[in-house]
Design a protein around this ligand. Structure first.
Ligand code: 3PG
Length: 308
């Protein structure tokens, strides 16, 4: 039977990614339906009603979306983080949820370094800035994005450290990065810290005052992960306590107005989540998503399933 694939993206893929998905669907004999730039959850709830498969980005797959989806068998989050999908509700309905790990990692890593240069050069305002070479960088979680950040930072001549309890020290060393034994050590040792942890029950609000206060003089926190991992009360306290502290983030914190009012020149926030917003990342993640869907329907392939 012809499978119906819904691509629902508030933040649309690049058109080349969409045409690639369209071609792969056509070749497989699948039907493609596009829902782009929608403004209301009611639109995805209506569109998903007769879909067999759903491709999303940071789009919210709530219990309501899943309840409306009578035929849905698989959701693929084209990207890494799947905190936007209600896994329990999907599992309860027997719906497989996958991500596409690594497919957009380089784009996110390039943005992290790009924001670091932008801040170090005072937003290119004509005043003397600083360089990244020779500075310490701590990678908090050494997954696909963390690895790419380490690789690019190495090119800048940064001294790169990492903490990740789920990755062997040897694997970290193999990338030319020094593993550290605790998260406290990472923050104590590194002037720049780049976050690559997922947002989950354990990590939400976990980047707190205790950790941030440990950072050396000239501290810069770089967040291309999720705003929810930051304890925003701690963030404001550190901004107030330490005039040297700076924060750059792909997507502004909820307290952005307070930061903007009090701490000019010490922050940079993208207006919307931009890390994975490149042609290449969209093509990589979008095509991986549709290929995973076809492999699932045609061969029962459940690689990359996250709700086992
Ligand atoms: C991810 O988790 O892969 C990134 O945050 C990218 O999210 P996006 O697809 O919404 O840009």
């Amino acid at each position: 039977m012809k499978q119906k694939v819904l691509v629902a993206t508030v933040k649309p893929f690049h058109s080349d990614a969409v045409s690639g998905i369209r071609d792969i669907c056509a070749e497989a004999g699948y039907e493609l339906v596009l829902l782009e730039s929608y403004a209301d959850q009611a639109e995805i709830e209506a569109a998903v009603v007769d879909a067999d498969a759903l491709i999303i980005r940071s789009d919210k797959v709530t219990p309501e979306v899943l309840a409306a989806a009578d035929r849905l068998k698989i959701v693929v989050r084209a990207g890494a983080g799947y905190d936007n999908v209600d896994l329990d509700a999907a599992t309860a309905k027997g719906i497989v949820v996958m991500n596409t790990p690594g497919q957009n990692a380089n784009a996110v890593a390039e943005l992290a370094l790009g924001m670091m240069v932008y801040l170090a050069r005072n937003g290119y305002n004509g005043k003397s800035g600083t360089e990244l070479r020779g500075k310490t960088l701590g990678i908090h979680a050494f997954g696909n994005v963390g690895r790419d950040v380490a690789r690019i930072a190495g090119g800048f001549g940064m001294d790169v450290f990492a903490f990740d309890p789920f990755v062997e020290d040897e694997a970290i060393r193999a990338e030319g990065v020094t593993p550290l034994g605790s998260v406290e050590e990472l923050y104590s040792q590194c002037q720049y810290v780049s976050l690559h942890i997922p947002a989950n029950e354990k990590t939400r609000g976990s980047i707190n005052r205790d950790l941030l206060a440990r950072m050396p003089e000239g501290a810069v926190l770089v967040n291309t992960a999720r705003k929810e991992v930051i304890c925003e009360a701690s963030l404001l306290e550190i901004f107030r306590d330490r005039p040297d502290f700076k924060y750059i983030s792909d997507v502004a914190p909820d307290c952005k107005d307070e930061i903007a009012a009090e701490f000019a020149g010490r922050f940079f926030f993208t207006p919307k989540k931009m890390g994975a917003q490149t042609t290449e990342a969209n093509i990589n993640a979008g095509l991986a998503a549709i290929r995973q869907i076809i492999a699932f329907f045609e061969k029962g392939d459940r690689s990359f399933q996250v709700n086992r």
